[in-house]
Design a protein around this ligand. Structure first.
Ligand code: BEZ
Length: 395
């Protein structure tokens, strides 16, 4: 963050010049804290576009609640649409880190893109906050002091859902997901929880991301006759899958379970096909806490829609950044002090307060939710204070 020295020097010189010409330069203006340059690298087009927008909205809502700044610092945004395209991840992250010289990278949604982004953050020692992508490795073997996550690992909701499916008495299951890190890790989490509870996964089916040609796979599921189906889909793909599952007549015969991304922010578009679905996630509608109530009130007033898990994760990314900035109030953006404060923070999230594990991933309750109308109503806590095992993280 040495570039900040230049900005400070400029401000000091402005003060001296002001005095020399008899212009009154308020002391506070010369001493004003350096601004913070935030690079938002998120999907604003494609199947995850709505997710990127919700994260951005949530982040900006928290900044607005703080009076338009964070810990007294002006926030300057630099925005890149990553299109959920892993092939463009390095180039896009470099635009923000090298060209725009951001102080913090905030992103992204897609696990494969986030893995590329995190490499850029590690190589350049840029602070990074992941407001969604669940790739287990980011807070596993690839964990780093400057990389934080305010969302989840793909393992966390998958494992909790597997545990619940076994507790509900199912003995066999088939899984289906897009073939990429998030889907495969969510399925592994489910399989771990389900098989630990005495279930057996008969087959793991996949299709390429972001494909939505489900018919042949649905036919195969029907012929395998499992007692339950577990899927990982999100955004536009989730809507198409749930409608197709229903239209194929499977919803009535084989219970469908998922990580909550299937039904978060998508129930309205599913037009009733999602009704009654049980999912597991670290956020739910109907949580009984004051923070969630005020968050939802102000989000719906500002954006004219209800928030979802992605908005919460974006809001919490801004909260975590503020915790770091509080540690360097009025001073230089000293990364070491920020990292220390962020690692020790308790984030007062609408999902319920959470702390971070040593690997910088939330330790959090995973809720069992039931889709009712356009809400994912909390049913119970499926896995309290669940910490990702963070295998391979040496920090
Ligand atoms: C992921 O790629 O990690 C992801 C994408 C959408 C929802 C949840 C996870």
């Amino acid at each position: 963050m040495n570039k900040q020295k230049g900005r400070n020097t400029l401000r000091t010189m402005a003060g001296i010049v002001g005095l020399a010409f008899g212009v009154l330069v308020p002391f506070g203006a010369v001493q004003a804290a350096e601004k913070i340059k935030v690079g938002l690298m998120l999907p604003y087009t494609g199947t995850f576009a709505a997710l990127g927008t919700a994260i951005t909205n949530g982040f900006k809502q928290y900044v607005a609640e703080q009076g338009g700044n964070l810990a007294g610092r002006e926030v300057e945004y630099f925005v890149v649409d990553d299109e959920s395209d892993p092939a463009k991840a390095t180039e896009n992250a470099n635009k923000l880190v090298k060209r725009d010289q951001v102080d913090v990278l905030v992103g992204t949604v897609h696990s494969g893109v986030a893995l590329g982004m995190a490499k850029v953050a590690r190589d350049n020692k840029t602070l990074m906050i992941i407001p969604n992508a669940g790739a287990d490795d980011l807070t596993g073997p690839l964990c780093a002091p400057n990389v934080f996550r305010t969302s989840f690992t793909n393992w966390q909701p998958g494992f909790a859902m597997g545990k619940v499916a076994a507790e509900r008495g199912h003995k066999t299951a088939v899984t289906l997901t897009w073939k990429y890190a998030a889907g495969e890790e969510a399925v592994n989490g489910f399989t771990g929880g389900f098989e630990a509870g005495g279930g057996k996964v008969l087959k793991q089916l996949t299709l390429p991301f972001p494909g939505v040609e489900f018919q042949a796979l649905l036919t195969e599921i029907a012929s395998l006759k499992p007692e339950a189906v577990y899927v990982f889909f999100a955004g536009g793909g989730a809507v198409k899958f749930v409608k197709d599952y229903d239209a194929a007549g499977l919803k009535a015969s084989i219970p469908l379970y998922s990580s909550g991304f299937l039904t978060d922010g998508t129930l309205a578009a599913m037009g009733g096909s999602g009704e009654g679905l049980l999912t597991a996630l670290h956020y739910a509608d109907g949580l009984d806490n004051a923070k969630d109530k005020s968050f939802r009130d102000s989000y719906s007033t500002t954006y004219k829609m209800q928030p979802d898990v992605y908005a919460v994760q974006g809001y919490d990314a801004a909260q975590l950044l503020k915790a770091g900035l509080d540690a360097v109030k009025d001073g230089k953006l000293e990364q070491g002090a920020m990292i220390k404060a962020m690692a020790a923070a308790t984030v007062d999230s609408p999902r319920g307060a959470f702390t971070l594990s040593k690997a910088h991933n939330p330790v959090q309750d995973i809720y069992l939710r039931k889709a009712e109308g356009q809400e994912n109503k909390v049913v119970s806590i499926a896995a309290p204070k669940l910490a990702d095992p963070a295998r391979g993280c040496r920090m």
